[in-house]
Write a protein of this length. Structure first.
Length: 486
């Protein structure tokens, strides 16, 4: 993988560092549940150690040039210790999923140590039903959701017998020496020169194709204008947009991907359209339970969209743009709600907002850290959206770790400042699992949102089938609470 010592963070990666605060943690992760008894901890450590060479970034930490002369860089950590990053824990009896998600909430409540590589993982024993779990936590500056799926394949195998041997490397890992301040500045300058050269190459190519360049310039200008116009149309004030603290609640929902395909095949739209419709229905129920009137109320979801191409496959870092997806909580009829979501999302896809976002990202590549920090705050402003809703496509075949089958993947997103809820969805092997992360104080009733997800899908299935519904979902894990504030 192209992950080198002294790599410079992209502007998108650096924005997640700038956004992090005492209460807003910019790490993402997942809870993975496996069938069978857990492997011995030392065996699992050796399994991870044998494949770390496939992801060199996981042995690198951040280094910032003096006086913030440039964006941070990734450098080898000479004191890297795998036992620090891989933890071992066991749930007390009876080892319910409620207890597991309580642990996940506490883990999500703690920031990662920036003096070390920005990831941690736990092997969890004692889960009822002869199961064990893995909990992952990785800073968003290191990896986005789509790359995270790729990274999971480093430890997971497509068969019970491991099929991926570690790379042939007879020499033990030898980190590069920690760079001096002068070397950090020089590396930052090289990164800036490389970025500038890339933009200059694009400009030179445009000079030889002026007609095409003018069309692209026009599209970019229109796209930026659409983003500015969207910012002038702020998201409504809701109980989701309040000051948050550092502690979290976490709950999850199990559903079947086939049910979503059945709805979209019968009623139209895409799987992602159905997801946004289900989330809209769940939030509508929750708002009404809070005494909030939903007439005429449309929430806005920040929907990350991967622009990761085949050329980017296997590389870390973020290849993302975002759209503001509609959540029409005022529409009671589920079919009408889906049709509205489909129409609005089709319009967003046909708009030039993605081109505008890419243009702003390219401009940000040349921005100094202080300006980039201000721009990143605008990207996560409560004026733009009410909550994060991210849908991550996963593999549709079973995966294994050390011969144990992976059964569930519950994703964990992050909470930007003044956003009390984020919803992450991941499909895997015929299932579609929701992970709901909430602020501890603001969302004591997060379980009701999860229940609304089940109820909202049942409504859509009933409409799709034109008759009495059958139970569409598997049993949903019970909600758990994170650590209360002291």
């Amino acid at each position: 993988m192209p992950q080198q010592h002294l790599d410079r963070l992209t502007s998108t990666d650096a924005s997640f560092l700038h956004q992090e605060g005492e209460a807003s943690h910019m790490h993402i992760g997942a809870v993975l549940l496996f069938d069978g008894p857990p492997p011995e901890f030392d065996v699992y450590l050796d399994h991870v150690r044998g494949r770390l060479a496939l992801v060199p970034r996981y042995r690198q930490k951040l280094a910032t040039p003096p006086l913030q002369a440039g964006r941070p860089l990734w450098v080898d950590d000479p004191s890297f210790n795998l036992e620090y990053h891989i933890r071992h824990a066991a749930l007390p009896a009876p080892g319910t999923e409620r207890q597991l998600f309580s642990l996940a909430a506490r883990i999500a409540s703690q920031q990662l140590d920036r003096s070390k590589p920005l990831w941690e993982s736990w092997l969890i024993e004692g889960i009822e039903g002869d199961r064990f779990g893995l909990i992952f936590k990785t800073h968003h500056s290191l990896v986005d959701g789509i790359a995270g799926v790729d990274l999971a394949t480093v430890l997971l195998d497509p068969s019970r017998a491991p099929t991926r041997a570690p790379p042939t490397d007879p020499e033990p890992w030898r980190p590069e020496p920690e760079p001096s301040p002068v070397e950090l500045v020089a590396a930052g300058v090289r990164g800036l020169v490389s970025t500038t050269a890339g933009l200059a190459t694009m400009a030179l190519a445009a000079a030889f194709q002026p007609t095409s360049a003018l069309v692209k310039l026009k599209d970019a200008a229109e796209g930026v204008g659409e983003i500015v116009w969207a910012g002038l149309n702020p998201a409504p004030e809701t109980p989701l947009n309040v000051e948050i603290g550092p502690h979290r609640r976490y709950t999850a929902v199990r559903q079947r991907l086939a049910d979503y395909k059945e709805v979209k095949n019968a009623l139209g739209g895409t799987v992602n359209d159905v997801i946004l419709t289900v989330v809209s229905g769940a939030l509508a129920r929750w708002l009404r339970s809070r005494g909030v009137r939903t007439e005429g109320l449309e929430l806005r979801a920040l929907v990350p969209v991967s622009v990761r191409t085949h050329d980017h496959h296997g590389s870390l870092g973020n290849r993302l743009t975002v759209m503001r997806g509609p959540l029409p909580v005022y529409i009671d009829d589920p079919v009408a709600r889906l049709r509205y979501v489909k129409r609005e999302m089709d319009g967003l896809k046909e708009s030039k907002q993605a081109i505008g976002a890419a243009t702003l990202t390219a401009v940000n590549e040349l921005a100094p850290p202080t300006i980039l920090a201000q721009a990143s705050r605008l990207n996560f402003s409560t004026r733009l959206f009410n909550l994060l809703v991210t849908n991550i496509p996963g593999p549709q075949a079973p995966l294994y770790v050390l011969g144990r089958e992976l059964r569930d993947v519950f994703p964990i997103a992050f909470l930007p400042s003044n956003h009390a809820l984020s919803i992450a969805i991941m499909s895997y092997n015929g299932a579609i699992d929701y992970g709901l992360l909430g602020d501890y104080d603001a969302l004591s009733d997060i379980d009701s949102i999860a229940e609304g997800v089940d109820a909202s899908l049942r409504e859509l299935l009933l409409a799709a089938r034109g008759g009495p519904p059958t139970v569409p979902t598997r049993k949903r894990p019970r909600q758990t609470k994170g650590r209360p504030r002291s």
